[in-house]
Design a protein around this ligand. Structure first.
Ligand code: C5P
Length: 295
């Protein structure tokens, strides 16, 4: 299986709901920066190991791929097991839905491995129970996300967009970043969020310059408050010629929209030289959702 990282081209965060989630108006886009998940038959256990040289991750029920496989098994009423081997390339706890994407891959893999014949709709229902971003990681491409992000509508796009992804030292906790936004808003009356129509028009026309002007992320302010050095990184990217620069989701990974692949390589080298980021990667979007690539 290969499964994509996501970015939010726009992340409008509405009021805190009674269930602890925030109402969102977001535009997701999948990048061709992927994790790889190999799934093999196992009589009854569900287990996961990270490929040699990979990051330290939970491999028990705290791992979203394991959680997704367990939930699918329970819903399908089967007793089959699976052994996963995960090769990580998506930054961990970086605001790019890496864990959610592994969960999406686990659902597609187990559906095939266990011969369940679940429809995409069945898998999307289980995905939404695992986490708000998991349905989009199944879907891929570019999509509007409503409610807590799990209600998707495909968005028409033209051509491809080129991104430079700058990973950060350390991580940020998504609930902590949402919590900081709530604190910053105090008793403000927060209006229902809405996606700007210019952003959707830019996606339709494939115009990266216009898209750059319409990018937005309500979680950027709290993420930067928690990690002020991110502001310097974003500013450096703009100074080096990025069309647009933003924190990805709840951060701390930052993403930079550029005109083409050559511009991406130049920006990548320049950002690496600042010492403000850990690594840089070049990615194209939109990319497909979680999919099987071998038998
Ligand atoms: O759905 P998921 O488990 O990925 O969400 C992680 C956390 O992010 C939630 O527990 C919540 O604190 C926050 N969140 C939110 N509103 C959303 C999505 C996530 O407050 N729409």
């Amino acid at each position: 299986m290969v499964t994509p990282a996501k970015i939010n081209l726009f992340l409008g965060v509405g009021p805190l709901r009674a269930d602890g989630y925030h109402e969102l108006a977001t535009v997701f886009q999948a990048l061709d920066l992927t994790d790889e998940l190999v799934a093999r038959h196992e009589p009854s256990r569900i287990r996961l190991q990270v490929a040699a040289g990979g990051p330290k991750l939970p491999t028990g029920p705290a791992n979203l791929a394991v959680r997704a496989a367990r939930l699918l098994r329970e819903r399908a009423g089967v007793t089959s097991g699976v052994a996963f081997e995960l090769t990580k390339r998506i930054p961990v706890a970086g605001g790019m839905a890496g864990g959610s994407s592994d969960a999406a891959a686990a659902l597609v893999a187990c559906n095939a491995l266990w011969g369940l014949k679940c429809t995409p709709g069945d898998l999307a229902d289980v995905a939404a129970e695992v986490g708000s971003d998991v349905p989009f990681c199944l879907h891929g491409g570019t999509a509007l996300g409503a409610s807590r992000g799990e209600v998707l509508t495909p968005v028409l796009t033209s051509g491809t967009f080129t991104w430079v992804v700058a990973t950060s030292f350390g991580s940020l906790s998504t609930p902590a970043v949402y919590g900081r936004l709530d604190e910053m808003r105090h008793d403000e009356v927060v209006p229902p969020p809405a996606v700007p129509t210019e952003l959707l028009a830019a996606l339709r026309s494939g115009d990266a310059g216009t898209l750059a002007g319409a990018l937005g992320n309500d979680l950027q302010r709290p993420a930067v408050a928690m990690r002020p050095e991110l502001d310097l990184l974003l500013e450096s990217g703009r100074d080096f010629g990025a069309l647009g620069a933003m924190v990805s989701g709840s951060g701390p990974t930052c993403v930079f929209l550029v005109a083409d692949h050559e511009g991406a390589l130049d920006l990548s080298v320049s950002l690496s030289g600042t010492g403000l980021c850990r690594t840089t990667l070049v990615a194209s979007a939109p990319a497909p959702g979680a999919r099987v690539v071998t038998g």
